[in-house]
Design a binder for this molecule. Structure first.
Ligand SMILES: [Zn+2]
Length: 283
């Protein structure tokens, strides 16, 4: 995006204050992937910040004589002359605002009793797979593009679920409430029982945030739930109904990759301990 000159929020706003409608952006011919990323960035900006950005014509410091200036204590300072102490003091003085995605999650899950630290650190605790971690990060930050959202952005003609075609495809519907998904999770739940992995239940909160209590095999269960969501999303993109059999084959592949990494890092014992109840299925 930098090669197209898109380096700051101001480059995404049109002269009349509309996001993603700037001349620079419209002429840049960005790929859909880059455009999706920008949509995610805009979507993650709290609404009150957006309002301030739109209302202020001063949100971007005009460059002068090829220098970049930043505002520190309300004064324009040449960025090359700003010391780290000045920047630190400026950041420290800013009021901390809860990310808007957290507020959205709180509204959707008012009874959620988990700490954010637990929620955000879980993917890093249970897997080293960066794709799965990234996907969970997107889900928590409300930047997974379901049909409901794409319809709102006027990118598709219908907000309906790719699987059932009867209800709007919100993240909650796509990953849990859809009838097709309910049967997938039930089959997975039964498969867990067959492997002697005992869960009391598998709720919407468990699917979204993880299983934190009451499961002896927390690490592997949470890793599998993360992989399952990523698998469901890829099924949606390819309009293929999720299948437990296919998913188990993918799990086997994920387990084998982890085994190779563990062997390299001399951590095979920990690897076998994590996957021990599932290894007979994969052999
Ligand atoms: Zn559905």
């Amino acid at each position: 995006m930098v090669v197209h000159g898109i380096v700051k929020i101001g480059d995404l706003i049109s002269d009349n204050g509309k996001f993603l409608k700037s001349e620079k952006l419209l002429q840049s011919q960005l790929s859909p992937i880059h455009f999706f990323k920008l949509m995610g960035i805009i979507n993650s900006i709290p609404n009150d910040w957006k309002l301030i950005i739109k209302q202020s014509q001063q949100h971007v410091c005009p460059p002068s004589n090829d220098t970049i200036q930043i505002h520190i204590e309300s004064a324009a300072v040449d960025v090359l002359k700003a010391t780290s102490k000045m920047l630190y003091n400026e950041f420290k003085s800013k009021k901390q605002v809860v990310p808007s995605a957290q507020n959205k999650i709180k509204r959707k899950f008012p009874d959620l009793s988990l700490a954010w630290k637990e929620i955000y650190s879980l993917p890093f605790t249970v897997t080293q797979d960066t794709k799965t971690r990234e996907f969970q990060y997107k889900l928590l930050n409300n930047i997974v593009f379901t049909n409901e959202k794409l319809f709102r952005f006027k990118m598709i003609d219908s907000p309906l679920c790719a699987f059932c075609q009867t209800e709007d495809e919100s993240p909650e519907h796509l990953f849990f409430h859809c009838n097709k998904m309910k049967s997938f999770w039930q089959l997975l739940f039964s498969w867990f029982s067959e492997q002697k992995v005992i869960l009391t239940s598998l709720t919407l909160e468990n699917v979204f945030f993880g299983v934190f209590h009451g499961a002896e095999d927390c690490h592997v269960v949470n890793h599998i739930i993360l992989l399952a969501k990523y698998y469901i999303y890829n099924c949606k993109l390819n309009v293929i109904h999720p299948s437990l059999k296919v998913f188990i084959a993918k799990l086997k592949a994920a387990c084998q990759i982890e085994q190779k990494i563990a062997a390299t890092n001399n951590k095979l014992e920990r690897h076998y301990k994590k996957w021990k109840k599932f290894l007979p299925c994969f052999s």
